[in-house]
Each structure stands twice: as structure tokens, then as C-alpha cells.
Design a protein around this ligand. Structure first.
Ligand code: SF4
Length: 531
């Protein structure tokens, strides 16, 4: 009998057509086309076993599930379509997780603001919480505990700022406990209290100093979506707008990572993502990549997965040891793999904004070197067949018009970079929680120009990237996906043209970016000594 059921909405319970990046599509509203079309493209349903357990589930949920199972608590992740089997009745506690419960994170606020419509993640989470059997179970005493990276969206602080959030939480009868922070250890006591019928704290804030040690973090028992495996937690760069940086940096030993990859391989997964806020920092006590740690990690991952990708990497880490990427390429790009993807937080093209909002992002270089570092890193990445999504922040409290102009200049320099440039609205997180959300009605003409350039660049490059995006699948399936996504790119192009968002550019045809790294001595030198 499963007493603790753990779930998330449909936009998260998906493998996003085996491309983690397509998960971004769940942060848009369903515009003009029916929601089912977006579901097919961005969040097709995850298959389940006979009991409604998904064959793969989001990695963070697998961690909490494993922590509870290790503690002897009967807890399992259940697909939202199968909740009716467990509630009302069998389940006494419902755990919720969400990357962006109510669509308040940067990508969702940007898309929703521009299109004036609720994003798909918000629509689906609200739909989940309004399921009649869930509401009945809650009314009959089942406890609801919400955690995950966006749990801040359900707290009293957010509810007091956004009355519609408050109204929604009231409508669903409240949430018994909202947990912020790394809950790997704390969740066990909380769930035991709920099972014992004891009162629950309505809001639990787990401070960075309470973050679990590596040996307190459970090893997943069942497969994670797209074979994603964490290699460590935390980031030491200290950007003012980021909550990750408040947590201590911890790296998992190679054996622990391999155990989790093996869980995924046993479930039939042949590709996977290594997850960290900067994969190149793996095993490093400072901001210098450690080759002797990284290369064994890459070799181990490639022994198990045919295709290995990364979640995030930092520009400064790439440029601190630019000779490392070709070595990693030689390990990863063997067999059928011909490229890999990663997300990079570039944030701005302005050295001034780097200094005022994120000085650690550029270390060990100088802020004045930032635009040059970014363009050099772009060449380095494309030369080594890495095609990233680069995110930018629009509307930081410290931002000026001059900063936006510098970012526009950087976009021009990156025009032939095979990547997606993704500007997103500022959201008050990290050290800036007291600041206000950036909203669409505050967008200036120059910021509009930035979005127009990003869309124009993205549409041009998407067509080129599409050819390789679905590699590794049978030819017939690749053709279907290419046709589907090519049609979607045509649709977005049409809408963008109608809205006057397409921008002209000096070069008429896109081509692969030539690396500016022609001579090793052109690489900017670090400006501070690091250990
Ligand atoms: S580098 Fe990225 S993860 Fe690290 S603090 Fe800055 S924004 Fe956060």
C-alpha cells in the first residue's frame, strides 16, 4: 500500500521528445494552435508501468523518492493520469514538485508577458490541483507538501505580492506545507509527521548551512528523465540574481554518479545529461577546471551512454582552460554522437553590468574582457561541435540603456554562432528577492530590439540545427520530427513577421561561425591568480 504519492503536472512528467531543451516549450502559452499540438511537440506523455509509476521521472523527484525509500517510507512517484488509483483512499500524503509551478520563472514570465496568455506550465499545474479526486482526498484529510525549485511561488511572500496566486491556493483548499531548499534529509521527518497526523509547519525554509552533505544525498532507485544525472550541487560565482549560488558547492564521487547512470542504463536509456550549474567545475575546490577530474568523468559517462550532454557550463570556465574542450570532444564525439548541447548563462554584453550585478561570473578574467570572452567561447564551442542555448537577463534592477546597447552589439558579434540566444525577463530571486518583477509593460524600445534580434537569430539558426537535433533515431522517425518542427518554425516565423519582430542583419545567409581562436596566444589571460 502506497501511503505517500509523489507527483508533478503533465508538462514535467515527460521526456520532451528525448530533448531536454524542448522542455523550454512548456514555458510558452498555447498560441493559435490547440494545446494538444504543443503537448505533442514539447511534453508528450511519459509511459507508465501497470501501477501508474512513470518509467522515467524528473531527477529531483527521484532523489526525494530515494531518500524516503531509504528511510523505509512507502513512497512512489505516480503519473498525474494515475492519481485516481491512490486518492482518495490509499495515499495519506501527496508530495508535489515543480520547476515552475505557476509560470513565474524567467522564461515563462517572458513568453506569457509577450503573448498575454498563461503559460502551459501554469495551466497544467492548476489543472492538476483541480482534479476532483485530489480535491476530495485533500478534503478527507490527505496532507499536501510542495517542494522543488519553484516552491517559493507558493509561499506567503509570493501570495502577498500576487493576489491571483493567493486566490488559487485558497481555491484548492491550501497547501499544508511548502518546503524551500534542499530537502533530501528534512523530507523524511516531515513526511513521518504527516503520516502520524501531527501538525505540519506551513512553511519550511532550509538554509544553505543546512544543505545535506554528499553522503546524506540518496542515490536514485529508478530512471530519471532523459538519463539526467547530477554530478554536484552549488556554484561559487555569487551572481546577485541567482539562488543556486547561496548553496555550498559539493561534488559527488565518480562511483556515486556511475551508480545512478547504471540505474538509467538498466532501464534502457542510451543517452544522458550530466547536470551541474557548471559541469567544467566538476571536482574543483575553486574556479579552475580540473582536467584530472573531468576527463575520467567524461570517459565513464561515455562508457555507459551513447550520447552524453551537459546541463550548464560557464563562459569563464571554458576560457580559463580552452584546451580542455577539444580533449573532451575527443572522448564524447565517438560512435554515433556528433555534437552536444548545453545551457550557458551569458546574461549581458555589458562589462558595467557584469561588475555591478555578477562580478564573479567573469573570474578569473576582468569584467572589461567579457564581450571578447563570450565571442571567443562561441568560436571554441562551435569548433568543437557544441551548440548551446545562451540565456540573457533583461530588466535587472542594475541595468541601464547603455547596457542593453552593449548586449545588442554582442548579439551582432554572435550572429553566426550556432546557438540560440534567449533573453528573459528578470525575476526577483537570489539576493534580489526584495526587488520587483520585470514586466512586459516596462520593456523599452531597445529591449524590444533585443528580443527581435534574438527571435531572428533563433529562427535562422534553428533551421540549421534541426538537421542534427534528432540524430540517433531511426531515419523514418527523424524525418517525422524534422517535418513537425520545421512546420513549427515556419509558423513562428509567420507570426514574428506579422508582429514586426524580424530584424535585418548585415549578412544575408547564416553560416558556421569561424573560431576566432586562431592562435593560442590570442586567448585572454586570466587577470587574477587562482589556486
Ligand atoms: S554562474 Fe550561474 S549558477 Fe553560478 S551564481 Fe551565476 S547565475 Fe548562478
Amino acid at each position: 500500500m502506497t501511503q505517500v504519492v509523489f507527483t508533478c503536472d503533465w508538462t514535467m512528467m515527460s521526456n520532451h521528445n528525448r530533448r531536454e531543451f524542448l522542455g523550454f516549450g512548456t514555458t510558452t502559452p498555447a498560441m493559435l494552435l490547440p494545446e494538444g499540438f504543443y503537448r505533442r511537440m514539447f511534453f508528450p506523455p511519459m509511459p507508465t508501468d501497470a501501477s501508474g509509476h512513470p518509467v522515467e521521472a524528473p531527477y529531483g523527484m527521484r532523489k526525494i523518492e530515494a531518500a524516503l525509500l531509504d528511510a523505509g517510507v512507502d513512497a512512489r512517484i505516480v503519473h498525474p493520469d494515475h492519481l485516481h488509483r491512490y486518492l482518495p483512499g490509499e495515499a495519506r500524503v501527496l508530495l508535489l514538485s515543480g520547476h515552475d509551478y505557476l509560470g513565474l520563472n524567467p522564461p515563462s514570465t517572458t513568453f506569457a508577458g509577450a503573448m498575454r496568455k498563461d503559460p502551459l506550465n501554469r495551466v497544467n499545474f492548476m489543472r492538476l490541483m483541480r482534479l476532483p479526486h485530489l480535491l476530495d482526498a485533500h478534503a478527507q484529510g490527505m496532507k499536501i507538501i510542495a517542494g522543488g525549485p519553484s516552491s517559493w511561488q507558493l509561499t506567503g511572500a509570493t501570495r502577498s505580492k500576487l493576489p491571483w496566486v493567493d486566490a488559487f491556493v485558497r481555491e484548492i483548499g491550501g497547501i499544508d506545507s511548502v518546503v524551500e531548499g534542499e530537502a533530501d534529509v528534512a523530507i523524511v521527518d516531515l513526511v513521518r509527521k504527516a503520516l502520524a497526523g501531527e501538525p505540519l509547519p506551513s512553511h519550511v525554509v532550509l538554509e544553505p548551512r543546512e544543505a545535506p552533505r554528499v553522503d546524506q544525498i540518496a542515490t536514485i532507485r529508478y530512471a530519471s528523465v532523459n538519463g539526467l544525472t547530477e554530478i554536484g550541487r552549488g556554484c561559487c560565482r555569487g551572481c546577485s540574481f541567482c539562488s543556486v549560488t547561496q548553496r555550498p558547492t559539493r561534488w559527488y564521487p565518480l562511483e556515486k554518479i556511475e551508480q545512478e547512470i547504471q540505474v538509467n542504463v538498466r532501464a534502457g536509456l542510451t543517452s544522458g545529461l550530466l547536470h551541474s550549474d557548471d559541469v567544467l567545475f566538476y571536482g574543483s575546490p575553486n574556479i579552475m577546471p580540473r582536467e584530472e577530474k573531468l576527463l575520467p568523468l567524461m570517459r565513464m559517462a561515455k562508457r555507459h551512454y551513447r550520447h552524453v550532454g551537459w546541463s550548464h557550463v560557464a563562459v569563464a570556465s571554458l576560457m580559463t582552460k580552452p584546451n580542455l574542450l577539444p580533449k573532451i570532444r575527443d572522448i564524447l564525439l565517438t560512435g554515433e554522437q556528433t555534437w552536444w548541447g548545453v545551457e550557458i548563462g551569458v546574461e549581458t554584453g555589458s562589462p558595467r553590468l557584469i561588475t555591478s550585478a555578477m562580478p564573479g561570473k567573469v573570474a578569473p578574467f576582468k569584467a572589461s574582457q567579457w564581450p571578447e570572452l563570450v565571442t571567443q567561447a562561441a568560436g571554441l564551442l562551435n569548433d568543437n561541435s557544441v551548440y548551446p542555448a545562451c540565456t540573457f537577463i533583461v530588466g535587472l534592477p542594475q541595468e541601464t540603456e547603455e547596457d542593453v546597447i552593449r548586449t545588442l552589439d554582442l548579439f551582432d558579434d554572435l550572429w553566426d554562432f550556432r546557438a540560440l540566444l534567449v533573453p528573459m525577463f528578470f525575476v526577483p530571486l537570489g539576493h534580489l528577492t526584495q526587488k520587483d518583477w520585470f514586466r512586459h509593460d516596462r520593456v523599452t524600445e531597445r529591449q524590444k530590439e533585443l528580443f527581435g534580434k534574438a527571435i531572428t537569430h533563433g529562427l535562422r539558426q534553428s533551421r540549421m540545427l534541426l538537421d542534427m537535433f534528432f540524430e540517433g533515431r531511426p531515419e523514418s522517425t527523424q524525418a517525422i520530427y524534422r517535418a513537425l518542427f520545421s512546420g513549427f518554425i515556419d509558423f513562428v516565423t509567420l507570426v514574428a513577421k506579422e508582429k514586426g519582430l524580424i530584424r535585418p542583419h548585415p549578412r544575408s545567409e547564416p553560416h558556421a561561425m569561424e573560431s576566432p581562436l586562431r592562435h593560442p596566444d590570442q586567448i585572454p589571460a586570466p587577470t587574477i591568480q587562482v589556486r
